[in-house]
Design a protein around this ligand. Structure first.
Ligand SMILES: *Cc1c(COP(=O)(O)O)cnc(C)c1O
Length: 393
């Protein structure tokens, strides 16, 4: 099955008891047994739930894995991966990553003797030099957040494989439509399904996808033993969102390309970060490992003050000022005070995350309207007729 067919059909069958074409929400905590131990594969809803099982089958197919394991959030999924390690082990993570992932590694797992180190993964050979005898897990995010650097998944996985180190790729920014890390050698793919997979900003959810039976078994054990499972209603919403994943991400990427080009040509805009630019430092790798270049765009202002950034952040109408990403609606954010506030300022500045960096999650609205909205906020003055003021629907 090709991707567009998988999102609709993989793992999804009409409900056998009624023929309902949509997977029912099995809102139950337990299942009746005919005799002790004689059940239909479901005993208790932390361990198994039919709505969740369907979603897990579908997600496994989207990432070309054998098993998916769902959690109440992306960070709960990360929590399970970290529990594969033990005290004294080290995680080597990309140095430009989701603030909450950093916070969990340093402030939660650090207390339990699990070490985390953050390095630039622009160059796979540099990653090899950074590996220590304690390194047991490589943690990749690509495109990175919010600088939109690209890590060469295949090259880094080859390094890890030679040394028997596990690789987890947080694929949230790309979504399974754009990039499939298991195909490139990764052991675990993580998604905050809150973002593109759910796609409608109405649910918090996370998942892991693997292709190795023993790893799947350990993660299923942790899912059940630690218990951060998603409820059936949330699984239903994610299943519903997935059906249009390919359409949404494709349109959002097309819009992002228009916006990135517009920003790059704007006299008030400084550097624009988007992997689709030919002069992006890992553009060729992005071209090789992604289907399109993603719908996240970050940029700085030439007059690089917090005050100027704040004017832009307060000046948009279609782009809503909010954390998160990957929904149908466009969002604008200020990483230094929002998504990345939990990362110390010195660490932020090292990766180029200045106090005035602005991050866009481009949605699936009309590209002209989005450009006009930014034009209004930037005050460029070279946009003749703001589409927003026209009745152009
Ligand atoms: C949002 C996000 C997470 C955390 O996921 P939650 O669902 O919010 O717990 C992890 N990684 C990335 C890249 C994210 O954007």
């Amino acid at each position: 099955m090709k991707f567009a067919t998988k999102v609709i059909h993989a793992g999804i069958e009409p409900d056998p008891s009624t023929g309902a074409i949509m997977t029912p929400i099995f809102q139950t905590s337990t299942y009746v047994q005919a005799a002790p131990g004689a059940h239909k594969g479901y005993e208790y809803a932390r361990t198994q739930n039919p709505t969740r099982s369907v979603l897990e089958k579908n997600l496994a197919a989207l990432e070309n894995g054998t098993d998916a394991i769902c959690f109440a959030s992306g960070l709960a999924a990360q929590d399970a991966v970290m529990k594969l390690l033990k005290s004294g082990d080290e995680v080597l993570a990309v140095n430009d990553l989701y603030g909450g992932s950093y916070r969990q590694m340093v402030r939660v797992w650090g207390q339990w003797g699990l070490k985390s180190r953050f390095v630039d993964m622009y160059d796979a050979s540099k990653v090899e030099r950074e590996i220590s005898p304690d390194t047991k897990l490589l943690w990749l995010e690509t495109p990175t957040n919010p600088m939109l650097n690209i890590v060469d998944i295949e090259a880094v996985c080859a390094v890890a494989k030679r040394r028997g180190i596990l690789v987890c790729v947080d694929n949230t920014f790309a979504s399974p439509y754009l990039q499939n890390p298991l195909d490139l050698g990764a052991d675990i793919v993580l998604h905050s399904a809150t973002k593109y997979i759910g796609g409608h900003s109405d649910v918090v959810h996370g998942c892991l996808v693997v292709k190795d039976a023993s790893l799947a078994e350990r993660l299923h054990f942790l899912q059940n033993a630690s218990g951060a499972v998603p409820g059936p209603q949330d699984c239903f919403l994610i299943l519903r969102g997935i059906k249009t994943l390919h359409l949404r991400v494709q349109r959002a990427c097309e819009n992002a390309a228009v916006i990135a080009e517009y920003l790059a040509a704007h006299p008030k805009v400084g550097k624009v970060y988007w992997p689709g630019f030919h002069d992006h430092r890992n553009h060729d790798i992005a071209r090789r490992q992604m289907r399109m270049f993603g719908a996240m765009v970050s940029f700085d202002l030439k007059d690089n003050t917090v005050e100027n950034a704040t004017k832009v952040l307060r000046g948009t109408h279609l782009f809503s000022l909010a954390e998160s990403l990957g929904g149908v609606e466009s969002l604008i954010g200020h990483p230094a005070s929002m998504t990345h506030a939990s990362i110390p300022r010195e660490e932020r500045l090292k990766v180029g995350l200045t106090d005035s960096l602005i991050r866009l999650s481009v949605g699936v609205e009309d590209a002209d309207d989005l450009v006009a909205d930014l034009e209004g906020a930037l005050g460029g003055g070279n946009c003749q007729n703001l589409a927003l003021e026209q009745d152009s629907f």
